[in-house]
Every structure is written in structure tokens, then in C-alpha cells.
Design a protein around this ligand. Structure first.
Ligand SMILES: Cc1cc2nc3c(=O)[nH]c(=O)nc-3n(C[C@H](O)[C@H](O)[C@H](O)COP(=O)(O)OP(=O)(O)OC[C@H]3O[C@@H](n4cnc5c(N)ncnc54)[C@H](O)[C@@H]3O)c2cc1C
Length: 423
């Protein structure tokens, strides 16, 4: 007689969160703080994917999402596919033609203005919500609260940004200082004279080890009574009103399920019967030893080139702009190599520290806003994904509002612009 397969263990909880990136961990943390029994499930340790390799900025200034270029000059600049801020792979463009076209339409000034108002309604809470979680987690040592710099090589670009900064300050309480060449030399003596000035975003924060912050929040969640399961989910089912996560050796069951799987959400949406315009803006990072005269005091974005350099525990972390590509396409080093070459012209970098570049994928929606709220076609299923360029920033406020909605409280932010049924 053939041996019977071992019976699978079934564990039942009140709420489970699938995905332990910054978004999922923050949701689990808030749910546990509200007194629920919560299990957080991920195939890896918390904060080892997209939330690990990003630039680690908590971006109070990021009130406006990143639009696609629409004027002829900018499009002509991007078309040869040799830029650092944005590159594309034709196959990915074709397979995502619909959401990309929609994103381009939403980049028109009138639409972008409305989207900015909505996006900013979440962003304005980012530092106070991180502060709360950092206090509970005892993670203050991972953050620097002295802002970061957008640096400029030409007067035209600097002037344009001065106007934008003034507008963001007036409308959304963004704080900044303008640094001319002399002031910048005092703040960042390592930057070359090619850089003529900077906007210093003074009420944004910078994290010295982004993965460690997610892990600190996850450890705090466990101290609050939450449970973490490290296992790969292969299927999701709804059985007799409860949700089940199926893995190779166990079934985890709960009344409520929160889907916080970042770029991998696309797979689950398809399996659950949803068609949503989610696509990927991939990015790379590499760490460097400090070069000759170079101590870097703040993260800076080389605005006209489109990469970011930030001081991290592991070294100087260089992160690239967007690569429009499929989630699992083979990594290519050319965008990072080009960013490194540009960075070396204005700041002294030492040797590379990582054996190979890290790659991650920003999960982006075609209207530039995350999806946060109840799933339209299923009871007790909640969505929290599509945070694009600012998921590290927006995790804690997402956790706050998801918990409020699940508890039938009025959320701190008007959540209508972020509902899943807008598509
Ligand atoms: C180069 C770069 C720089 C960036 N810089 C910044 C920045 O400075 N500031 C900022 O705010 N944002 C930044 N971002 C964006 C930010 O990193 C993302 O928006 C954010 O990390 C998304 O978080 P998440 O929790 O949604 O996804 P993730 O962190 O990817 O978490 C999703 C989790 O789901 C898990 N998962 C998926 N499928 C399964 C399965 N089947 N079974 C079990 N587990 C599963 C994964 O293992 C993963 O841990 C940057 C992104 C990149 C790429």
C-alpha cells in the first residue's frame, strides 16, 4: 500500500498579512498594536526584497509622483535609451502598453496636479507615522533627520526646481533651504565645483540601513504578540468564509487577508480574478568605499543625471533611476555603470563593495497612486500594494489607515483616491 501523504497542519488566526516588506510589516505592526491576533507571512526574512535595497529616504518632499516626460525635448532625450534616470526594454513596453499609455496620459499637467493633491494627502503623514513606529520599535539610531539634497549642474534646472520647492512648501508644508555654491561647499565639501547649487529638503529623513529598519519594525511586531512565518505561499483560497494561504508543508488560515506583496502582487491579482494596471520600474544599487577627499554628509540626487548617492552603513549606496522591464528579466549593468561614471565626475568614490549589483522593482500603478483598501469582489480581503517610488516612505501611514478601515474607524486620510475599485 502506498504511504498516505502527511496531513497538513492548519493554523487559524484573526488576520494574516502576506508580504513582509515595509508595507506588510507596517500593516502587521499597526494591527497588532490595535490588539488583533496577526500572522505575517513571507518566504524570506522581513525586509529582504524591494524594501531592502532602496535609497532609504523617508520623503516628506515627495508630494508629487514621478510623471513621464511629455514635452518633445524630454522625450527625445529618453528615446535613445541611454539615460540613467529612465531606460526601457521594448518587450516590457509592449507587454505593458496599456498601463504605460495610461501613466503617460496621467502625466499631463492638469491630471498630475489632481494626482499630486491626492498623493500628498498620504505623504504628509510619512515622518510622523515613521516616528511613531521608530519609538515603539526603539529604532531611532537607524535614522538621520537632517534631510537630503537635490543637486544641480545648470542654473536653468536649479531655477526650475526653486519654483517647484516654493510651490510644495506653500501647498503641502514641505520645508527646504536653497544652497548656492558657497553654502553647498560648507555642507558637502566633497562635491566638485561642477555642482552649482542644491535644494536641501530639510524635513525629509534618511535611513542608514533600510532593511534593518524593516527588521526592527518586524521585531517590534513580534514583541506586540504578532507571529512571523517564513514560508513560500503557492496558493490562496477562500474556504467557508475564511482565507487560506497554502505552502508546501502547511496551511495558514485567517478571517482576514491583507495582500502586501509589492511587485509580486500582480501574480495574486491575476489568480484572484482582478485585472489591475500594475507594472514595474526596476532599479539597481551598488555600495562603494569612500574615495580620497570624500565624506558624504547627506544623500544627494544628481538631478539632471538621475541617480542618487547616500551614506549607508554598508558604504556609499548608489541607486539608479527606473528601468521599465519585466519583473524577472535578466539584470543588465549598463544603467548602473553609467550612473557610477557620472557620480565619479562630481564625487570621489572608492572601489565597489558588493560582488554584484542589487536589483529590485518598484511596483507602480498607472495612475501613480498605491492601491489601499478592501478588495471589490471578495469579502475580508484587503489590498496594499503599488507604492511605486515611495513604498519605504509610505509603509507606516498605510499600516495606520488599513487598521482603521478594518476596525470600521474613519481613516486619518480620505481613502477614496486609493480604493481598488477606481480601476
Ligand atoms: C532603486 C530603488 C530605490 C528606491 N528608493 C526609495 C526611497 O528612497 N524611498 C522610498 O520611499 N521608496 C523607495 N523605493 C521604493 C520602495 O523600495 C518600494 O516602494 C517598497 O519597498 C515596496 O515595499 P513593499 O512592502 O510593497 O514590497 P517588498 O518590499 O518587495 O515586499 C513584498 C514581500 O512579499 C514577499 N512575497 C512575494 N510573494 C510571496 C510569496 N509567494 N510567498 C511569500 N512571500 C512573498 C516578498 O518576499 C517580499 O518580502 C525605491 C525602490 C528602488 C527599486
Amino acid at each position: 500500500m502506498a504511504p498516505r501523504p502527511a496531513a497538513k497542519r492548519i493554523n487559524v488566526y484573526e488576520t494574516m498579512v502576506l508580504g513582509a516588506g515595509m508595507v506588510g510589516v507596517s500593516i502587521a505592526h499597526h494591527l497588532a498594536e490595535s490588539g488583533r491576533s496577526v500572522v505575517l507571512v513571507d518566504r524570506r526574512e522581513p525586509g529582504r526584497e524591494t524594501s531592502f535595497g532602496n535609497a532609504g529616504l523617508i520623503q516628506r518632499e515627495a508630494v508629487q509622483p514621478h510623471p513621464f516626460p511629455r514635452d518633445f525635448a524630454s522625450m527625445a532625450r529618453v528615446l535613445p535609451n541611454r539615460q540613467i534616470d529612465i531606460r526601457y526594454r521594448m518587450r516590457a513596453m509592449l507587454s505593458n502598453a496599456e498601463p504605460l499609455l495610461d501613466y503617460w496620459r496621467n502625466s499631463a499637467p492638469d491630471r498630475l496636479d489632481r494626482i499630486t493633491d491626492e498623493y500628498a494627502s498620504l505623504i504628509v503623514h510619512c515622518t510622523s507615522e515613521h516616528a511613531h513606529m521608530m519609538d515603539v520599535a526603539g529604532a531611532q539610531d537607524l535614522v538621520r533627520k537632517d534631510g537630503w539634497l537635490d543637486v544641480f549642474r545648470s542654473e536653468d534646472a536649479f531655477d526650475e526646481h526653486k519654483q517647484l520647492a516654493a510651490d510644495f512648501a506653500r501647498r503641502f508644508g514641505v520645508e527646504y533651504e536653497l544652497l548656492d555654491r558657497a553654502a553647498l561647499a560648507r555642507v558637502e565639501p566633497g562635491l566638485s565645483e561642477q555642482v552649482i547649487g542644491a535644494v536641501h529638503w530639510t524635513n525629509s529623513w534618511s535611513v542608514v540601513d533600510p532593511g534593518a529598519l524593516v527588521q526592527a519594525y518586524a521585531a517590534s511586531f513580534e514583541r506586540l504578540g504578532g507571529e512571523i512565518r517564513q514560508t513560500e505561499v503557492t496558493d490562496i483560497e477562500q474556504v467557508s468564509g475564511n482565507w487560506r494561504l497554502i505552502t508546501h508543508d502547511q496551511t495558514i488560515e485567517a478571517e482576514n487577508l491583507v495582500l502586501a506583496t509589492g511587485p509580486w502582487s500582480k501574480r495574486w491579482l491575476r489568480a484572484l480574478g482582478y485585472r489591475m494596471p500594475l507594472f514595474f520600474m526596476r532599479g539597481y544599487h551598488m555600495h562603494y568605499a569612500p574615495g580620497g577627499r570624500g565624506t558624504l554628509n547627506h544623500a544627494f540626487m544628481d538631478h539632471e543625471k538621475g541617480y542618487l548617492l547616500s551614506p549607508k552603513r554598508a558604504g556609499l549606496r548608489l541607486t539608479t533611476g527606473a528601468e521599465l522591464n519585466t519583473l524577472d528579466a535578466t539584470p543588465r549593468s549598463s544603467q548602473l555603470d553609467a550612473a557610477e561614471a557620472e557620480a565619479r565626475t562630481i564625487f570621489p568614490l572608492g572601489e565597489r563593495r558588493d560582488p554584484q549589483p542589487w536589483k529590485g522593482a518598484r511596483p507602480c500603478m498607472s495612475d501613480m497612486k498605491p492601491v489601499i483598501g478592501p478588495a471589490p469582489q471578495h469579502d475580508k480581503l484587503w489590498f496594499a500594494f503599488g507604492h511605486g517610488h515611495q513604498g519605504f516612505t509610505l509603509g507606516p501611514i498605510t499600516g495606520r489607515v488599513v487598521t482603521q478601515m478594518m476596525s470600521q474607524q474613519t481613516p486619518s486620510v480620505d481613502m477614496r483616491p486609493f480604493r481598488a475599485d477606481r480601476f
